[in-house]
Design a protein around this ligand. Structure first.
Ligand code: ADP
Ligand code: MG
Length: 304
């Protein structure tokens, strides 16, 4: 088990992370969410051993993960970190990049392994292409495959699909996360995309104001987001009489105490997003039909 025990860290004076504790089991998939600058990347780098902790301890199966003060070479064999910036060898092919750290003493196994990983990231047809000719998204996929080559026990993924277009993203995400589960590889994913989280994560951690404010099942955090910030991660959300209400829980009805005036209607494909006002307060909801600006409607809160 990976144990993060009461860790605190500052680059300079101000702590970026304060007294953070959580555990990750083998094969478990944990998502870290939080605003930009909340310390997600820093937390992953600390788990990787890139910096020295100011307080606390990180252990993997009782081996302490230590920073550069204690290790000449940063990082450990059993843990891989795929950063937001990836450093690949530009003038060599995709397959050589993926196989870089695999032994040449087992050429058949090496070839098989590369083929398996090319398949996971869907780059098989481009195996011989030089990395410098690839798009940002393709490079990100090479970096993912290379990190998996030696079958780590823990994968740290920092916004792993940020450069990948939405045509490819959904399938790649399913392939990669399924692969990690099959191989029982723990993964910690820092992301700002709810689609990386719901449906994949076993647990969600929320970072806010340097602290870990939530650590729970996706279903629990989704249903009880606690703060507007957490709710806004999952979708449009309103505060009505002090209660957080997702936009999809508001339905137009003939008569109800909640009366709003439509300000603008946005086409979203299978529905319209309606921006309305109640006194000076903005209310967002969805509707099947276009609503004219200026129209008054009544809204009711329905069960999820
Ligand atoms: P996130 O990944 O959630 O966007 P980061 O971990 O990258 O957040 O950054 C957290 C905070 O630490 C930010 O305020 C950022 O400016 C600061 N920070 C990040 N890297 C460094 C660094 N190498 N030196 C000093 N400050 C840094
Ligand atoms: Mg980051």
């Amino acid at each position: 088990m990976l144990q993060i025990k009461n860790i605190t860290f500052a680059y300079k004076k101000t702590p970026i992370l304060k007294a953070i504790s959580f555990n990750v089991k083998p094969g478990e998939h944990v998502s870290i969410i939080g605003e930009s600058g909340s310390g997600k990347s820093t937390l992953l780098k600390l788990i990787y051993g890139e910096y020295d902790l100011d307080a606390g301890q990180i252990l993997w199966k009782d081996t302490p993960i230590l920073g550069p003060k204690f290790n000449l070479v940063v990082g450990y064999e059993f843990i891989k970190y795929v950063a937001q910036e990836f450093d690949l060898m530009p003038f060599t092919s995709i397959e050589e990049n993926i196989g870089k750290h695999l032994s040449n003493f087992f050429p058949k196994e090496k070839k098989q392994r590369i083929a398996e990983l090319l398949d996971v990231v869907e780059l098989t047809p481009f195996a011989k292409q030089k990395v410098k000719t690839l798009s940002g998204g393709q490079k990100q996929r090479v970096a993912l495959a290379r990190a998996l080559a030696k079958q780590p026990e823990i994968m740290l993924l920092d916004e792993p699909f940020s450069h990948i277009d939405s045509f490819k993203k959904r399938r790649l995400r399913r392939n990669l996360f399924r692969y990690l589960k099959q191989k029982n590889i723990s993964c910690i994913v820092a992301t700002h995309d709810k689609n990386d989280v719901l449906g994949f994560a076993d647990r969600i951690l929320v970072l806010q104001d340097s602290k870990l404010i939530l650590n729970d099942l996706p279903e629990v955090i989704y249903k009880h987001p606690k703060t507007p910030l957490v709710a806004s991660f999952f979708g449009e959300c309103n505060t009505i009489d002090g209660q957080l209400v997702y936009a999809h829980r508001l339905a137009v009805v003939k008569d109800a105490p909640l009366k709003v005036t439509v300000k603008q209607t946005y086409f979203e494909g299978y529905r319209y997003l309606i921006e309305a006002t109640k006194e000076d307060h903005t209310i967002i909801f969805y509707h099947q039909e276009y609503l004219n600006p200026g129209k008054d409607v009544c809204l009711k809160i329905v069960a999820s």
